[in-house]
Design a protein around this ligand. Sequence first.
Ligand SMILES: Cc1cc2nc3c(=O)[nH]c(=O)nc-3n(C[C@H](O)[C@H](O)[C@H](O)COP(=O)(O)O)c2cc1C
Length: 221
Amino acid sequence: MSRGFLAVVGSPRPNSTSGFFAQYLVDGLAGRGWQAQRLSVRTAIRRPERWPELEKAFIEADVVALVTPLYVDSLPAELTLALERLAAARAGRGGRLCAVLNCGFAEARHNDVALDICRLFARDAGLRWAGGLAIGGGGMFAGKPLKDQGGKARHIAAAFDDAIVALDAGQDIPESALQGIRGKAVPTWVYFAMANLSMLIGAAKRGNLFKIGARPYARGD
Ligand SMILES: Cc1cc2nc3c(=O)[nH]c(=O)nc-3n(C[C@H](O)[C@H](O)[C@H](O)COP(=O)(O)O)c2cc1C
């Protein structure tokens, strides 16, 4: 009987980076004979008739991956709600859980608290923690499948490939993949320059280029 993999996508955005990352893992494990699927927390929470689908898939999966953006140094609210509902759902049925966090800032370490939250969820849900993958500069990988991202995402695809092999073999994600994925796609100063430029262009487009320092709600001294 084939093994089951579920990627739980925590981003509320359509065509999210998390969704593309989840799809890469789904395709990789499906290629190794797994019954692999991804489901959106947004759909399951906002459309109550879709919740049972997520709950059933979560209970039946041999490996679950939480694939999500970082929101305010934590998990998106709908994912938190889903995890609260799912924590007791497996009722002692063993399995494994890993997590893939991506954040907007360049440094992957911003994701570490949220990965700890995922690890503690695994403990509470009775799942073996298989490892947490932390990705910085998530905005650089937006809008396209991971396999079409080119060289800037090579460290992510390589770590995912190693994770797929390990999960397929019943092992935890290797330390080399957990560390390798934390590499920066570009140096921090380049990232800041690009971010500043895109904000200046955004302000200019709205006619606010020379009002960036405005504090209209500040109290007078
Ligand atoms: C409400 C909100 C809160 C966020 N909080 C953080 C944060 O605390 N730190 C950070 O580095 N990025 C933060 N981000 C940026 C997202 O993590 C980043 O854009 C990510 O790539 C989005 O991934 P997705 O396409 O899978 O949703 C935040 C974004 C939103 C919309």
